[in-house]
Design a protein around this ligand. Structure first.
Ligand SMILES: NC(=O)c1ccc[n+]([C@@H]2O[C@H](COP(=O)([O-])OP(=O)(O)OC[C@H]3O[C@@H](n4cnc5c(N)ncnc54)[C@H](OP(=O)(O)O)[C@@H]3O)[C@@H](O)[C@H]2O)c1
Length: 368
């Protein structure tokens, strides 16, 4: 299954909106077929692996990271191909997260006399965390990424943030953008940095990213880099519904989509934003800051994952903080995370975290 998961990774930047899937055919303890799903509309991983195996698939064991499909989509059903190839055992990494499909292919294979083992392997689910999350909630998976100094500052006092981290970490951030498929920033970052928010320097041709701005007062200029590049890579600006009084015209003319959003307390309703993005088929969003924007997602329990790139620098408390007020008064009220990975990225350190899931965490997070 490790090999199947590694094969699935080959589709990381090309397979969307489909999930990553890898497959291995094993016969007499030797690998006789390997496959991965590269692009929607192309052969599924199982088909590639079985085609590679040819006659050796007869009596083999097929390892596949995600439950095979049983429907006629753009390609014929994989369960049928597995049956026809004479596979005698199938090992499934994770069941289909779609409640209408879940476990159905396993049943069909068993009814055809094929032995099936379901691992429910957390690593297989994590590999497709965006796909699983979107299937279960209808909302995109929210990954918050920040580049910070050791003292938790994302920019110098005047707003200068070029650059907090080194080139390798910045390149890594571009891969995270491509992986997510959409990037979201606050209006403060657009005003301070005039960013492009595209994915560059990747091995594969960069995917077209959807670029999203939380801009309640519609301060994004039609002359901003985002607006000027909107025809090539879509831009969606969420503005406070009450502030839309016709000033969106210039942005609309530039090809920017402006969405009127309701308020939740002081700011834009982030639950509404995620529902809207989910409706547009967006499966993942990389929230790139700044601090105020990241705070909104984190404090409402809407951040599904965090990656913090720590630069070995101190800028002092006058710098722009990576997180704003969370209204905690005791350490017991701190938001908690579990560390998934710590990795040196050239001179910087990347820390990957997931929200802790204990009872205390549920109490502190405001439901959204
Ligand atoms: N190191 C890094 O990783 C990194 C990443 C990004 C940015 N930065 C730096 O961070 C600085 C900007 O950070 P920041 O914290 O000042 O600003 P920010 O988070 O980029 O933007 C904050 C603004 O976005 C809008 N906004 C965000 N969330 C909202 C919500 N839920 N509801 C309504 N409006 C919302 C508001 O716009 P209005 O102000 O119009 O009300 C708010 O003031 C810049 O200096 C930039 O260079 C660093």
């Amino acid at each position: 299954m490790d090999l199947a998961r590694r094969l699935a990774e080959r589709g990381r930047f090309t397979v969307a909106p489909n999930p990553l899937v890898g497959a291995v055919v094993l016969r007499d303890e030797a690998v006789v077929g390997e496959g991965w799903h590269a692009r929607a509309g192309e052969d599924h991983a199982e088909i590639r692996a079985l085609t590679g195996a040819g006659d050796a698939a007869l009596g083999s064991t097929l390892f596949v990271t995600l439950e095979p499909c049983n429907h006629h989509g753009r390609t014929p059903p994989c369960v049928e191909a597995i049956r026809r190839a004479g596979v005698s055992r199938v090992v499934v990494g994770a069941l289909d997260p779609d409640p209408r499909m879940r476990g159905r292919s396993v049943e069909i294979l068993r009814e055809a006399g094929i032995e099936v083992e379901v691992l429910e392997d957390p690593a297989c689910e994590r590999q497709n965390e965006q796909f699983f999350h979107r299937m279960r909630t209808g909302r995109p998976f929210v990954h918050v990424k920040l580049a910070t100094t050791l003292d938790g500052r994302i920019a110098a006092p005047g707003g200068d943030s070029k650059w907090v981290t080194g080139e390798a970490a910045r390149l890594r951030a571009h891969a995270l953008r491509a992986e997510a498929g959409a990037v979201l920033v606050g209006a403060g970052t657009v005003r301070a940095d005039d960013p492009t928010l595209t994915a560059r320097g990747l091995p594969e041709p960069p995917p077209t990213l959807t670029r999203i701005v939380l801009d309640p007062n519609l301060t994004t200029s039609p002359k901003s880099t985002l607006a000027l590049t909107a025809p090539e890579s879509p831009v969606v600006v969420f503005a406070d519904a009450e502030n839309l009084d016709g000033k969106e015209g210039a942005l609309l003319d530039a090809g920017v989509e402006v969405v009127a959003a309701p308020r939740d307390g002081g700011g834009i309703d982030l639950g509404f934003v995620l529902d809207e993005l989910g409706r547009r088929g967006i499966k993942g969003v990389l929230v790139e800051g700044g601090g105020e924007t990241a705070t909104g997602f984190v404090e409402r329990g809407l951040a599904n994952k965090l990656t913090l790139f720590y630069a070995p620098k101190l800028i002092g408390s006058e710098g722009v903080p990576m997180i704003g007020a969370l209204r905690a008064t005791r350490m017991a009220e701190a938001l908690r995370f579990s560390v998934f990975g710590v990795e040196a990225v050239d001179e910087d350190v990347a820390v990957t975290l997931y929200p802790a899931t204990g009872e205390e965490e549920k109490r502190v997070h405001r439901a959204c």
